[in-house]
Design a protein around this ligand. Structure first.
Ligand code: PA5
Length: 418
């Protein structure tokens, strides 16, 4: 379950005057009449997700888990960030599973690509190449590297371990997959990359990583019902963001206190940055991981240029916890913490930081998650996606296109062809 705490956020008194605008936007989303309405398929996608597809995803994932050492997930932007965010959030950052997940196709770094290729040599690997357009250069190049490795290790069985997630007909990947006989998963026409984590784009890698995708889907279904009501916390969050924006708080810091949630911040940066950052509009989404970044950005947050507000994602319960041990002779004077859980110190750090930043006249939004599991994660993704749609509509921009991204893609292709 998600709770929104706006008690330390600015501009709450102005929220009621937007009731009719929120009502209008709610209709634009639920009746699919707003800008970019042909990309609102994610709002009710889980209703059309049939058991056959979920079972197919699970069965193939079980096979990968049983027979492989590594799954390489190839994709960039919306084609990998959601899956990676979910997998890190549930499994943590250090390998706890037999199957390792490696991400490729999200960079052109020669160092990274070479190092991964060296690492993959002789591994029993499967690959899931994910590209909605099927034309993006980073994943396409990565697939060129990985495909021969899969073929080398699995020989005539190679096709069993190559999975393509793409548009049902557009782009280069679908014909290639059909031609070779790879298993394909479809990204629906009406779901854009950064809203696709609830489709096979997210579901297949998550299932391979051992996540409970049925529970995740149930969390999305629960969210669909919860946020289909006009008066919901996702819209309140969107409105609060908007009020910060029009009052010159132009930067939103997404803050967590858990390094394994950093990819959620990356996913959020894409979601909000690409959905709102157009026509000279949009909050600049930035991210911080406290307490780590309190020792680098804490000074700025407390006393720096007053252009931002903070959105903290806070866990009510922790997946793992550990008690603080004693130190002989109390050398660091911290023995009063002996046997206290580290979560106790983390919680106090969160309360103290929010209090300190409020004393520095910083606005704070807090999003509380009672537990970090697949079900809640499903709700969290949906919460942010519907907030983002509402937020972009408040700015009168299309939340679902990304004309600016296409410009760099085109320029790069033109130059490469010369
Ligand atoms: O949100 C988006 O649509 C984009 O950021 C894409 O996710 C990204 O460009 C990757 O595109 P594709 O999946 O077509 O390779």
């Amino acid at each position: 379950m998600i709770k929104l705490d706006l008690s330390r956020a600015f501009y709450q008194e102005k929220m009621a005057s937007y009731d009719s605008r929120i009502k209008e936007i709610h209709e634009m989303i639920t009746k699919k009449t707003g800008l970019g309405n042909d990309f609102l398929g994610w709002t009710d996608y889980v209703n059309s997700l049939d058991d056959n597809l979920v079972n197919k995803i699970q069965t193939l994932a079980n096979k990968v888990r049983k027979e492989c050492d590594v799954l390489v997930v190839i994709g960039i932007g919306g084609s990998y960030l959601g899956a990676r965010a979910a997998i890190d959030a549930i499994n943590g950052l250090y390998k706890k599973d037999k199957l390792e997940i490696i991400y490729l196709g999200n960079t052109l770094s020669p160092y990274y690509v070479s190092q991964v290729m060296e690492y993959l040599k002789d591994k029993k690997l499967a690959v899931n190449v994910v590209s909605k357009s099927g034309t993006t250069i980073e994943p396409a190049i990565a697939f060129r590297f990985v495909k021969p490795l899969v073929e080398k290790v699995w020989k005539e069985r190679a096709n069993e371990f190559i999975f393509a997630t793409t548009d049902k007909q557009k782009g280069a990947l679908k014909p290639l997959a059909d031609n070779k006989g790879y298993t394909t998963f479809v990204i629906p026409d009406d779901v854009g990359g950064r809203y696709s984590v609830i489709t096979p784009v997210g579901l297949f890698p998550m299932a391979c990583a051992g996540l409970d995708i049925k529970s995740f889907i149930n969390g999305v279904k629960h969210a669909m019902v919860t946020y289909s009501k006009e008066n919901n916390i996702a819209y309140q969050y969107a409105l609060s963001r908007y009020l910060h924006f029009i009052n010159n708080k132009n930067v939103e810091f997404f803050i967590n206190y858990e390094p394994h949630l950093n990819m959620i911040n990356e996913w959020l940066k894409q979601l909000f940055g690409e959905s709102e950052g157009k026509q000279n509009q949009g909050l600049l989404p930035a991210s911080l991981c406290f307490t780590t970044d309190l020792h680098s950005m804490g000074q700025f947050c407390q006393e720096g240029h007053d252009v931002f507000f903070e959105t903290t994602i806070r866990l009510q319960n922790y997946q793992n916890d550990i008690a603080i041990p004693a130190m002989e002779n109390d050398a660091d004077n911290l023995n009063y913490l002996v046997n206290k859980k580290i979560s106790y110190v983390n919680d106090i750090a969160i309360d103290s930081t929010i209090k300190a930043h409020c004393l520095g006249n910083r606005s704070n939004i807090v999003i509380e998650l009672d537990k970090l599991d697949e079900y809640n994660l499903g709700e969290l993704f949906y919460f942010f996606m519907i907030s983002c749609a509402c937020s972009a509509y408040l700015l009168n921009v299309n939340p679902f296109n990304q004309p600016g991204v296409e410009v760099y893609k085109k320029e790069m292709k033109d130059l490469l062809k010369k």
